[in-house]
Ligand binder design. Structure first.
Ligand SMILES: Cc1cc2nc3c(=O)[nH]c(=O)nc-3n(C[C@H](O)[C@H](O)[C@H](O)COP(=O)(O)OP(=O)(O)OC[C@H]3O[C@@H](n4cnc5c(N)ncnc54)[C@H](O)[C@@H]3O)c2cc1C
Length: 404
């Protein structure tokens, strides 16, 4: 009998896994289930879609016929509601059952909603996770003058930059003392602030929303915790993701923040694997479990998990993930593991405000484990090689690595 594989989620983790399975096994049955209406699209391209630099349809990177050509049964707008790991069956909301020999959970995360008095049911408040979110953001931005963005990490930044690019007046509310406060220090925060202000963003730290004001169900403004009144026609929220594991509720699959796996991306239940954003995988670089929200982490996970599902070899995931992004008129990269996962890491940083360059390195047990770069990010590859080499780095060598 040909093997039967079911994959929950057709993001880059799930689709890469399907592709890997098909390349290695011409006979197997592959069922790829997703609740969104699109085949794989590039989420990393969504900020460019928001800015109007890329058309929404250009973000789609696997067309529907590709799935038929590769005999991947793609079910769109179909939600998985239940998994039975004893009977090895996945059930969807429309009552269909899919038997599996091996199951991959690649279900990503859902944006945390903005919770503030007055926000419930009001039009004009957006998350930024899907192609449909992006289309809705663009439609609203086209008839808005001012936007408020909320959140201190990458998605809030992308919203801020996207709105500013569209010439909206933007107020960026960051609850912490600076952007990415768990991985940058004061110097890094000051540089991001400078870059934001240089393109006209109005930044506000230590601020959250106290209230959303609305008229006729449409956002008209916000009141912040310190009492600031800002008029706006839209709010963009980047408040993190809740990983999507709800369909595992009645199973023995171990779930913490995400689906817990070992370095082979195997869960505690035989024949069930996890990959991508949803996987809380064992990370050998820092000797603990880790969860990443980056494109290349998700695609490498998909490949590794599929290889292990095929059963001919068992390979550990040892890639060094990285995230690169614009940072207003500059650039930014986050590489490897950062102290938000392991607060006991040693850090070393340098800034040159005139040159707009910042580098912060993270060491674990004397080895380089991660880095944040702003401005000049060309050193990224070199640092990734150093991380991979897993060698203890003497103090004077560390100074050379951090020199900007
Ligand atoms: C705006 C934006 C910008 C980004 N920029 C960058 C960047 O510059 N660099 C970078 O490295 N990363 C970036 N990322 C993050 C990166 O895109 C993600 O880490 C990556 O796409 C995750 O892929 P995934 O396959 O794990 O999950 P996803 O792409 O989230 O796919 C999971 C899919 O599973 C579906 N699903 C979930 N539950 C169910 C269910 N019960 N039934 C059926 N389907 C289900 C979901 O709807 C979703 O389509 C960005 C993300 C966003 C949103």
């Amino acid at each position: 009998m040909p093997a039967q594989y079911v994959i929950i989620g057709n993001g880059v983790a799930g689709t890469t896994a399907a592709e890997t399975l098909r390349k290695a096994d011409a006979q197997c049955r592959i069922v790829l289930i997703d609740d969104e209406p699109y085949p794989l699209y590039n989420r990393v391209a969504l900020p460019n879609v928001l800015k109007g630099r890329t058309l929404p349809e250009r973000a789609i990177i696997r067309q529907i016929p590709w799935h038929a050509e590769n005999r991947i049964e793609l079910l769109l707008e179909t939600t998985v509601t239940r998994v039975d790991t004893d009977a090895k069956i996945v059930t969807t909301a429309d009552g269909k059952d899919f038997a599996y020999d091996k199951l991959l959970i690649a279900s990503g995360g859902r944006p945390n909603p903005l919770r503030a008095p007055g926000a419930d049911g009001v039009r004009g408040i957006y998350s930024f996770q899907t192609l449909d979110d992006t289309k809705a953001l663009i439609a609203r931005a086209e008839r808005s003058k001012t936007a408020v963005t909320v959140g201190g990490s990458f998605i809030a930044y992308e919203l801020t930059e996207g709105f500013r690019h569209r010439n909206l007046e933007v107020h960026w509310l960051v609850r912490g003392p600076r952007f990415l406060h768990r991985i940058t220090d004061e110097d890094g925060g000051a540089l991001v602030d400078l870059l934001a202000r240089e393109v006209g963003v109005q930044t506000h730290y230590g601020e959250t929303l106290a209230e959303v004001r609305a008229e006729d169900g449409e956002v008209t403004g916000v009141t912040t915790q310190s009492g600031m009144q800002l008029d706006c026609q839209m709010i963009g929220a980047g408040l993190g993701l809740t990983l999507r594991t709800e369909f595992l509720r009645n199973t023995p699959v171990k779930v913490n923040v995400g689906v817990v796996t070992n370095e082979y991306l195997e869960t505690n239940v035989p024949d069930v694997y996890a990959a991508g954003d949803v996987a809380e995988f064992y990370d050998p670089y820092i000797g603990t479990h880790n969860q990443m929200g980056t494109w290349n982490n998700a695609s490498s996970h998909g490949r590794t998990a599929a290889t292990n599902m095929l059963g001919q070899q068992r390979i550990a995931y040892t890639e060094v993930p990285y995230y690169t992004s614009t940072m207003f008129e500059s650039q930014m990269a986050a590489i490897g593991s950062t102290p938000d996962v392991r607060p006991d890491m040693e850090t070393l940083s340098r800034v040159d405000m005139n040159a707009r360059v910042y580098r912060r390195l993270f060491f674990y047990e004397g080895r380089l484990a991660g880095a944040v770069l702003i401005g000049d990010i060309r050193v990224r590859r070199q640092l990734m090689d150093v991380i991979k080499a897993r060698e203890v780095i003497p103090v004077d060598e560390r100074q050379k690595l951090v020199a900007v």
